[in-house]
Write a protein that binds this ligand. Structure first.
Ligand code: LR7
Ligand code: MN
Length: 536
């Protein structure tokens, strides 16, 4: 860290209006090495002089993160050592690993976050493993990304800047970088990332054992206000979500926790967030890269997650590889001449149509219900050529726990045998009151319930929970069973402790099961349970 060139360059840009007065702020808050090792930079804005406070305030609005704080941190800062501690004992046979080309795409990225991404790659990667860093500019407009960027990068021979003349969106930008890459593996990153020490070796080690493994680092949050890097605990996998066909974070499934032998073993993950992963060049090529019709943002992560698994590969989350990412509060770029709504639904519509078989009915736009999805026949042909498995196979084998709204083992309204015209109603989804019975209305809304594979009785993210007094209440689903696990035997709905759901008055209570009519329910059986014990 002796050479803090980054500092020099930030000072050169001090004339740009929104750069902080670094010397002043450092003195004011006693900051010697701001942000070192991922420490947060804590600024009490009340103590800033008026002119500085204005820049501080504006910088969040313009970027979706506190650029002001980012600019106080050197372009080269040390990142934390990865957890768990066992990672420190891991040895990698570096000469035996393949090289990688790191592809970082960007559109109007802030100077300090972009260059901190680049430096974090250069500083935390063994030179012999790093073939090159390819920066792909998706037709940015901001001035600092033109000449100043070229001049800055001139000193770093491994870094190459590739410009797209027109705005092409993140998928095509990645493909341009991929096509230009000279090594046998490619590693993608977003343009506001920071790699931890030894982030790359464990990713390459996995791809080296099997080129069909796509290796994903653990995403750490770089706080968008203070740029502290938070260590994720526990590690979460990414999963697909319905009906949006996006992704969410979830606990590592029990089944997978039992399969792995140690805390640092690669974890099978059903999906990936999409921005950061290592893939072998031949595998991404064979998989048809990304659908070339995808626009701007969204959907490509779902496409890749599904086809990697369904076409014979595997996505692994690597506990010892960590990369920080700034989660913005809002996007800092516009969508060019398309609308984000259009682009997102078109993208996920195409992906759903090609990859989800019958399950596409649980998504929003797989048949173009909202916006046109164009012609997908080429992508369907690709799926056939690759002889990929069905989405049902994915559900049974890769992610049996996945809950899809409308696809419960039991599904529909839950009627009382005592009062057959009354249904369990989630009403306004309040959490600390007993669930109520209301007249059945057959128009969905709060009366449609799914029983998930885990025995949850779900209304979207809300679950029936027996953990609050004797009342049966709604709570946010946690996926851990316990008070949210139920069994339905065609008559009673009960917990594993022998308590049944009963009506008392017009609300739901938990009582010792006694077979009485107030404890009997009708609910529609929808399909067989998936096999929760399968392993790939
Ligand atoms: O038109 C564009 N052209 C681009 O080059 C739009 C974006 N981009 C660049 C952009 O500068 C950035 O480097 O593409 C990258 C991703 O865009 P973000 O940072 O706005 O996306 P995100 O971090 O909000 O969203 C996540 O989901 C996206 C779905 O399309 C992409 O897969 C992102 O890469 C992905 N980010 C991550 O996976 C980072 C970690 C977890 C998260 C979030
Ligand atoms: Mn991002």
């Amino acid at each position: 860290m002796a050479n803090l060139r980054g500092d020099a360059v930030s000072s050169r840009l001090l004339s740009v209006p929104d750069m902080p007065d670094v010397t002043l702020v450092k003195t004011l808050f006693n900051l010697t090495r701001p942000g070192d090792k991922g420490q947060p930079v804590l600024i009490d804005k009340q103590k800033l002089p008026a002119e500085e406070r204005l820049k501080y305030d504006l910088s969040e609005k313009e970027n979706g993160f506190r650029e002001y704080v980012s600019n106080l941190i050197p372009l080269r800062r040390r990142t934390p050592f990865p957890k768990p501690d066992e990672c420190q004992n891991e040895m990698y046979n570096i000469p035996a690993l393949p090289q990688t080309s790191v592809v970082i795409i960007f559109m109007n990225e802030t100077w300090s976050t972009l260059l901190r991404s680049v430096h974090s790659v250069l500083d935390n990667t063994p030179a012999s493993l790093l073939k090159e860093v390819l920066l792909v500019d998706d037709a940015s407009e901001r001035e600092h990304l033109k000449r100043p960027l070229e001049e800055y990068l001139a000193d770093f021979p491994k870094v190459r800047l590739i410009r797209s003349k027109t705005r092409i969106g993140l998928m095509k930008a990645r493909v341009i970088g991929f096509d230009a890459a000279a090594s046998s593996t490619v590693t993608f990153l977003d343009s506001h990332c920071e790699c931890f020490q030894r982030w790359l070796e464990p990713l390459l080690a996995r791809v080296a054992t099997d080129p069909k493994i796509v290796a994903v680092p653990v995403t750490e949050t770089i706080n968008s206000e203070n740029f502290g890097i938070e260590n994720s605990n526990p590690i979460h996998v990414a999963i697909l979500t319905f009906p949006l066909l996006s992704y969410d974070w979830a606990y590592v499934p029990k089944r997978e926790k039992q399969r792995v032998k140690s805390l640092i073993d690669p974890i099978h993950t059903p999906a990936m967030a999409g921005g950061m992963f290592t893939i072998s060049k031949s595998w991404f090529e064979r998989l048809g890269k990304y659908d070339p019709e995808l626009l701007i943002w969204g959907g490509e992560n779902t496409e890749l997650s599904l086809k990697v698994w369904m076409c014979g590969g595997r996505i692994e989350l690597i506990p010892c590889s960590h990369v920080g990412h700034v989660f913005r509060t809002h996007s800092n770029y516009h969508y060019g001449n398309v609308k984000s709504y259009y682009s997102y639904h078109r993208n996920t519509g195409r992906v759903g149509n090609v990859w989800l078989d019958d399950y596409k009915k649980f998504t929003m736009n797989s048949d173009g219900q909202l916006v046109d999805i164009g012609d997908v026949s080429e992508r369907k042909r690709l799926r056939e050529d690759l002889d990929c498995k069905s989405f049902r196979w994915y559900l049974n084998n890769v992610h049996p726990e996945l809950y899809i709204v409308g696809d419960g083992v039991y599904n529909g309204d839950i009627r009382s045998a005592l009062q057959p015209s009354m249904c369990v109603d989630a009403r306004d989804y309040s959490y600390d009151v007993a669930l109520e019975m209301l007249p059945c209305h057959d128009n969905g809304e709060g009366q449609v319930w799914d029983m998930s594979e885990l025995g949850e009785i779900r209304h979207s993210i809300h679950c029936m929970d027996s953990g609050y007094s004797k009342e049966v209440q709604l709570a946010r689903c946690h996926g851990e069973g316990g008070h949210q696990a139920w069994k339905y035997d065609g008559r009673s709905i009960h917990t594993e402790f022998g308590d049944c759901i009963a009506i008392e008055g017009h609300v739901l209570f938990r009582q010792a099961c006694d077979g009485s009519l107030s404890q009997q329910w009708t609910w529609h059986k929808n399909r067989e349970q998936r096999n929760l014990t399968t392993h790939i």
